[in-house]
Design a protein around this ligand. Structure first.
Ligand code: ZN
Length: 80
């Protein structure tokens, strides 16, 4: 599963995080990590997946909102 903030490959149990998370509050970083870790158990966005996320972070919806407000960081590409 892939989002612009992170991705998870369940098969290889590999999680990748967007470098822009370095500029996000810790609570948002935690949300992305928990989200990707939850994909190791549920490789989809089913209600069961969100139940796993909610179990770890009861306030995940608030964190989602904050992260959404920071999505401009994803477009602030580093020079290459
Ligand atoms: Zn996901």
């Amino acid at each position: 599963m892939t989002s612009r903030w992170g991705s998870c490959t369940a098969k290889t149990r590999r999680i990748r995080l967007n470098a822009a998370l370095e500029y996000c509050p810790r609570e948002c970083l935690e949300y992305v990590v928990v989200h990707e870790l939850a994909h190791l158990r549920e490789n989809n966005h089913s209600p069961r997946f969100w139940a796993i996320v909610a179990d770890a972070l009861p306030d995940y919806k608030e964190r989602q909102k904050k992260l959404k407000a920071l999505s401009w960081l994803l477009n602030a590409k580093s020079s290459k």
